[in-house]
Design a protein around this ligand. Structure first.
Ligand SMILES: NC(=O)c1ccc[n+]([C@@H]2O[C@H](COP(=O)([O-])OP(=O)(O)OC[C@H]3O[C@@H](n4cnc5c(N)ncnc54)[C@H](O)[C@@H]3O)[C@@H](O)[C@H]2O)c1
Length: 425
């Protein structure tokens, strides 16, 4: 049995639906109120790994909204019906403890919709160098207060628009110079947070489609500091199903002509994604895997519509029009009705465990064995769930024998190269 060191979890977007559901989930798991259904690290593959109990893992984070966690949890319970009243009653003190660990964040480079949703009063001022220092101080004092071996920083904040064309995230020296001169206009908040975490030596995971640590500059920083990191954009619903169904068409040599997908979601995530700039980040993340799995580009469309009354529930309807033997055309349709935060929360806990384990093993750079958790897995060309999961199994076999993770034969592509690849499809 191998034991994972003591870690804490620090959320960016700590008062959001996914973060709050994860906190309530960790409370329930820590007290044995529910089995760990939906958690990958609870599968038999991980039977030899001992993790800290969830009631021993402290949580903190940054947010730009002031809503109390109890209030947010209550709102989720009322609107989505997923958090049971008896659990919330028991979790009240725990949520207050977590609340005390939440610090103000920054809305720089997040776009108007996020600033509007967040309101004012909980965002830090922007001269970049002192801002990054403040964020790093928050992390270090959390680590010290709780006597932790490490703190896993996980981005669960609202989706930002794509970075501006003059994005300075492709060269570490330029990025550092721009931070020093406070000249990185439009540098997205997700990059600032990722920079703060990685530069201070903390593992970083990006569950959102925002840029985070995917630019070359932050990848260089992670190598330099010996820090593991990964992302982008948790694969929890329609794209998860796509990454399972698309290999079927590839393996049977059935030609996909059209893959048309419509997503309807409520909640604040849906409201933010209703802004065309923020939506474009998500659409790109959901749409680029098909050509990579199929080897050609069928006609595709990903629609995302905000339907307020659905709240935390999401409906995806996909129509796949395909061609078989003798040119015969056929159709597959599926409807996915999932609760966004309930699908995401167990994976967030998994990612925290895996990132803490990687940090303990001295791994650094992109954690490609975590590809199966993401829609746009950094530096990984496998997009079907089966080969991605096989990667995780191979990694676990290496952990079991004490071997280091395989180094990829080719270095992971830069953010710009990945973006260019996506544009081509
Ligand atoms: N199944 C899923 O729910 C799922 C899957 C993949 C990705 N995601 C992504 O996870 C993120 C969180 O989803 P959610 O439903 O919890 O959204 P949410 O809107 O409920 O929560 C987002 C939180 O982030 C905060 N925030 C926004 N900008 C911030 C900033 N710059 N700094 C600090 N905090 C900031 C908001 O105040 C809010 O509390 C979104 O980006 C979403 O696209 C979710």
């Amino acid at each position: 049995m191998r034991t994972c060191n003591r870690f804490g979890i620090w959320f960016i977007g700590a008062r959001g639906n996914v973060a709050t559901t994860t906190l309530v989930g960790a409370y329930a798991l820590g007290r044995g109120l529910y089995p760990p259904t939906g958690m990958v690290t609870a599968l038999p593959e991980f039977a030899d790994q001992r993790w800290p109990a969830w009631d021993e893992v402290p949580f903190g984070g940054w947010d730009v909204a002031g809503t109390r966690l109890q209030q947010q949890a209550q709102a989720i319970a009322t609107a989505a019906g997923t958090l049971r009243p008896e659990i919330l009653a028991g979790a009240a003190a725990w949520l207050d403890d977590c609340d005390r660990e939440i610090r103000p964040g920054t809305t720089t480079g997040c776009g108007d919709r996020i600033r509007e949703v967040a309101g004012t009063g909980h965002a830090l001022p922007t001269p970049l160098a002192p801002l990054i220092e403040t964020l790093q101080k928050d992390l270090r004092s959390f680590q010290e207060r709780h006597g932790l071996d490490t703190v896993v920083v996980i981005n669960l904040a609202s989706t930002e628009p794509p970075p501006p064309p003059q994005f300075v995230g492709e060269d570490l020296d330029q990025l550092r110079a721009a931070i020093r001169r406070n000249a990185a206009a439009g540098l997205p908040a997700s990059v600032i947070y990722a920079y703060a975490a990685i530069d201070a030596g903390f593992p970083y995971v990006n569950f959102t489609p925002s840029t985070g640590s995917s630019g070359l500059a932050l990848r260089q920083l992670a190598e330099l500091r010996g820090v593991p990191h990964y992302g982008n954009d948790g694969k929890t619903g329609e794209t998860l199903v796509k990454s399972v169904l698309a290999p079927l068409f590839a393996m049977r040599n059935l030609r996909v002509l059209t893959w048309q997908g419509y997503n309807m979601l409520g909640n604040q995530d849906g409201r933010v994604l209703d802004d065309p700039a923020n939506k474009s980040s998500k659409v790109r993340s959901k749409d680029h895997l098909l050509p990579k799995i199929l080897g050609y580009s069928p006609h595709t469309h990903v629609g995302i519509d905000y339907v307020p009354s659905l709240d935390d529930w999401k409906t995806a309807w996909d129509l796949i029009h395909f061609e078989g033997f003798l040119g015969t055309r056929m159709t597959l349709q599926f409807t996915w009705q999932g609760c966004d935060s309930i699908l995401a929360a167990p994976l967030v806990l998994d990612l925290a465990r895996l990132a803490a384990l990687a940090a303990q093993r001295g791994e650094c750079g992109p954690l490609t064995h975590m590809a199966s958790f993401f829609k746009s897995p950094m530096g990984c060309t496998d997009h079907d769930l089966y080969s991605q999961f096989a990667r995780l199994q191979r990694y676990l076999a290496q952990v079991a024998t004490g071997n280091e993770e395989e180094t990829p034969a080719t270095p992971p592509p830069s953010f710009a190269a990945e973006e260019e690849g996506r544009e081509r499809h």
